[in-house]
Design a protein around this ligand. Structure first.
Ligand code: HEC
Ligand code: HEC
Ligand code: HEC
Ligand code: HEC
Ligand code: HEC
Length: 220
């Protein structure tokens, strides 16, 4: 090998390695910052939720450079689309859901949308947290402040619970989506204590029931 060609060769190689590191480093730092998968998602593939964005990487870079130069109005997704509730529903569509998100697009839930994002799965199930539920268990107050039952079966009726702001008790008797096979208790004493609900939110086994009406299943 001629001595003169070695440096050029090396410079080229170093540039290539540098470029590769530059491209990979931010993505890897981001990955390291992510927490563990949420409860039940440990074995899912990334693409189960992160759909590949339209176009090749080169087209995406070109479009975003044009955006930065003011030659294009909107940036485009790079490599992956944002995860939407539709992605979740591909496996978690439940015809029996007591609180289906589509209902909360109605105008009368504008405040609940603004306060707790009631129409979006990840408002309550933020992903990559190593948890099951990520919202405060008292959020029922956003929609049930006027709750009165005609023939209330409870020893302490619902309107009393509301008047005394017992919002932490609601999930002690009701599961939010109503997807567990179970009977709802009728005495305040029988409710799950708040600590049990918080353990369940963090990932412990369901205190409501092991069996579900509609288990998770990929349907589309
Ligand atoms: C159950 C669905 C789900 C799975 C499985 C999943 N993610 Fe995510 N991921 C999300 C959601 C939701 C967000 C929040 C941001 C968003 O909406 O894009 C997110 C955010 C991210 C982000 C932050 C950057 C961004 O796009 O906002 C990265 C990086 C990421 N995920 C990588 C991964 C990798 C790598 C895997 C596989 C090991 C994976 N994810 C598996 C749902 C998922
Ligand atoms: C590819 C299918 C798939 C997708 C997409 C998916 N999940 Fe799951 N999810 C599962 C499976 C499988 C389980 C574990 C089995 C179960 O708990 O029913 C699970 C478990 C869960 C659990 C815990 C259930 C329990 O009873 O312990 C929650 C909460 C959840 N997923 C929410 C979401 C949300 C929110 C999204 C969207 C960001 C999502 N999932 C996307 C398949 C999926
Ligand atoms: C306003 C808050 C909120 C929203 C929005 C929400 N969830 Fe939940 N979710 C909860 C709470 C609280 C629980 C625990 C009580 C229970 O098991 O129903 C839960 C439990 C679950 C479970 C485990 C029990 C079951 O039903 O199988 C799954 C799976 C789940 N949610 C998926 C979803 C998906 C998918 C979406 C969007 C389509 C969604 N959730 C939207 C609050 C929410
Ligand atoms: C974003 C608004 C909203 C939030 C937040 C909310 N609910 Fe509801 N809930 C509704 C609506 C709407 C209905 C349906 C009632 C109707 O059609 O008149 C309902 C119905 C119910 C039902 C009756 C279900 C059935 O069909 O048998 C129960 C039980 C219930 N909610 C409990 C809760 C609990 C517990 C919480 C908190 C963990 C909660 N809700 C949070 C809006 C909400
Ligand atoms: C001691 C258990 C218990 C507690 C605590 C409890 N509920 Fe109930 N709730 C019931 C039972 C039992 C029913 C009637 C049977 C059913 O709908 O499952 C009911 C019915 C409901 C209904 C349906 C009303 C209708 O018109 O059909 C809603 C909504 C509701 N509860 C919301 C709440 C909210 C919000 C809280 C917290 C303030 C709460 N519950 C606390 C046991 C409880």
């Amino acid at each position: 090998m001629k001595p003169k060609t070695i440096p050029i060769y090396l410079i080229g190689l170093l540039l290539a390695i540098g470029a590769a590191l530059f491209l990979l480093a931010p993505a890897q730092a981001q990955l390291r910052m992510l927490g563990p998968a949420n409860t039940g998602h440990e074995t899912l593939a990334c693409v189960d939720c992160h759909e590949a964005a339209v176009g090749t990487a080169r087209q995406q870079i070109q479009a975003n450079v044009r955006h930065l130069l003011g030659m294009r109005e909107e940036p485009v997704a790079f490599q992956h689309e944002d995860v939407t509730s539709q992605d979740c529903l591909a496996c978690h569509e439940r015809p029996n859901d007591n609180h289906p998100i589509f209902r909360f697009n109605e105008p009368r839930f504008a405040e609940a949308r603004a306060e707790i994002g009631a129409n979006d799965c990840i408002s309550c199930h933020l992903e990559h947290q190593g948890q099951r539920v990520t919202i405060e268990p008292t959020y029922c107050s956003n929609c049930h402040e006027d709750l009165i039952l005609k023939n209330d079966p409870l020893d302490i009726p619902h309107d009393t619970l509301v008047a005394t702001e017992q919002w932490a008790s609601c999930l002690g008797c009701h599961d939010f989506h109503g997807n567990h096979l179970r009977e709802v208790p009728t005495t305040f004493e029988q409710r799950l204590p708040e600590a049990k609900i918080l353990e369940y939110f963090a990932g412990a086994e369901s205190p409501y029931a092991a069996e579900k009406i509609t288990p998770a299943q990929k349907t589309r």
